[in-house]
Design a binder for this molecule. Structure first.
Ligand SMILES: [Fe+2]
Length: 182
């Protein structure tokens, strides 16, 4: 199966459970994040990054591939590792860095932490908490695509609206096709 169909299959058949501690499903969350990116006039790489940022959650338990990568279950790493065969770094970094982006924003932006959902604040602690000032500087220096990851993070945080009507996964086929590696 071509990768875009595999991705749609994941959303359509494995994305129906609630997004950790929130009142929307994984698929609803992904579709809202992608929609926010599109509404903001973002590049196709960022729209794809928003759609796919939590794909690692859907891959958990699906077996072989994920285990072969020898990854410890961090969903951002599971997702970006799985996607890297098909997508460019500009997309992968949105996925790989979206947890670090939360740690960055909680450290640098007054009020960001208070606006996070309860579940997102709880997971922050498990993910290492806010960056230290040294970690902020290191992140900026190490990650050339960090600003894109921060942007995706903001759509991620907003993409938890119960009952919001947004386009279905198939709507994003042209976006994904446009960013696929040759
Ligand atoms: Fe998310």
């Amino acid at each position: 199966m071509a990768v875009i169909d595999q991705i749609f299959d994941l959303f359509n058949h494995h994305g129906g459970s609630l997004y950790f501690g929130e009142q929307v499903t994984e698929t609803e969350h992904a579709l809202q994040a992608a929609y926010l990116a599109k509404q903001a006039g973002a590049s196709n790489e960022l729209i794809a990054g928003a759609l796919l940022h939590d794909i690692g959650h859907l891959l958990h338990g699906l077996g072989e591939d994920v285990a072969q990568h020898g990854i410890d279950g961090k969903h951002e790493d599971v997702g970006s590792a799985w996607l890297q065969r098909w997508f460019p770094v500009a997309v992968l970094d949105c996925v790989r860095l979206h947890v670090d982006a939360k740690r960055y924003l909680t450290a640098t932006e007054p009020g960001y932490l208070a606006d996070l959902s309860e579940a997102s604040r709880q997971s922050l602690a498990l993910q290492g908490g806010p960056f230290t000032p040294e970690e902020v500087l290191a992140f900026e220096a190490r990650e050339p695509n960090y600003l894109a990851a921060l942007q995706v993070r903001r759509w991620d945080d907003e993409a938890k609206v119960v009952g919001l009507q947004v386009p279905p996964v198939e709507h994003y086929r042209p976006v994904l096709e446009s960013v696929l590696l040759a």
